[in-house]
Design a protein around this ligand. Structure first.
Ligand SMILES: Nc1ncnc2c1ncn2[C@@H]1O[C@H](COP(=O)(O)OP(=O)(O)O)[C@@H](O)[C@H]1O
Ligand SMILES: [Mg+2]
Length: 279
């Protein structure tokens, strides 16, 4: 399959509403596998303030959508910091803007006003191409519908973020496959795997290129309760072991057991949520 030629940055095959296929594959502008990353990482290092600074900082972040003459504010001057290594659950009713928030943090969508700073870089000021390169290197995505590429094997799916970043070491892919007990499925195509197995592969794919941040949009929304519990345990184990940041949109009560913090998005604002989920 033609993969090189396209930047289909994993985080870009997203957002149900933009796409019609079940797999939500969004082929972005043609940006070849990254040669430009050294520049990006130099910029990251130059701009990094200190290890104690929040990894992600939203400053008066605002985003609205217009329908005809009506403007719907979705994110309303949100201020929020996420510390390094923090695992945060993001709650909120359907349509409250949770996916929008993940999309602006990943740079897929642009803010109308305000800033998003990740690891010292103000991504709101980056060109679209630089945002894509930044995302490709620094963000891993996990989706509700897994979004594995059906024409690639398990191993090829996992290798894709490495290859797009100009890396070719199979070791981290192999190690992660062993960690989730799916090494012997490496040559299978996704349709041979159960939903839970596909999500385990998608979690590996989000982690394999050693990104700074994992963004997960309802990762247990399409599996049964027991499988969902299993997926959360695996995410908790793999992400904490690697000291990654996680922002996870979820409706799962189980998340209270492992999230460091729970936030709720209501009327365009982020609020603290108690550890008790009552629904
Ligand atoms: N690209 C878009 N164009 C128009 N409206 C959008 C777009 N993306 C999201 N919205 C609207 O923004 C609101 C928040 O959507 P979303 O972030 O998907 O919510 P959630 O993930 O919490 O269900 C919804 O009212 C949705 O219809
Ligand atoms: Mg959503």
């Amino acid at each position: 399959m033609l993969v090189y030629g396209f930047d289909y940055t994993l985080s870009d095959f997203i957002v149900e509403r933009k796409l019609s296929s079940n797999y939500n594959i969004h082929i972005n502008n043609c940006i070849p596998p990254t040669q430009d990353l050294n520049k990006t990482s130099q910029e990251v290092n130059m701009n990094k303030e200190s290890e104690n600074a929040p990894l992600i900082s939203l400053q008066k972040a605002s985003k609205s959508y217009s329908e005809g003459l009506t403007v719907h504010p979705v994110l309303n001057a949100i201020d929020a910091d996420f510390a390094r290594g923090e695992c945060v659950a993001l709650l909120g009713r359907s349509g409250s803007g949770k996916s929008t928030m993940l999309n602006v943090i990943s740079g897929i969508d642009k803010l109308d006003s305000g800033k998003i700073i990740i690891d010292g870089i103000d991504i709101t000021n980056l060109s679209e191409q630089k945002r894509t390169l930044f995302r490709r290197k620094n963000i891993g995505f996990v989706f509700q519908f897994f979004n594995l590429i059906p024409t690639l094997t398990v191993m090829e799916n996992i290798m894709l973020p490495l290859e797009l970043n100009g890396m070719n070491n199979r070791e981290s892919a192999t190690e992660l496959l062993n960690e989730v007990g799916l090494f012997d499925r490496k040559n299978d195509y996704p349709d041979k795997l159960s939903g839970g197995e596909q999500q385990r592969i998608a979690i590996i794919r989000a982690l394999v290129h050693d990104p700074l941040v994992i963004l997960a949009d309802e990762p247990t929304g399409n599996v049964d309760k027991e499988t969902g519990q299993n997926i959360l345990n695996i995410m908790d184990r793999l992400i904490r072991k690697r000291n990654k940041n996680l922002i996870m949109v979820t409706h799962s009560k189980e998340v209270a057991k492992f999230a460091d913090r729970m936030l709720i998005l209501e009327e365009g604002k982020l609020k603290k949520h108690s550890k008790e989920i009552t629904w």
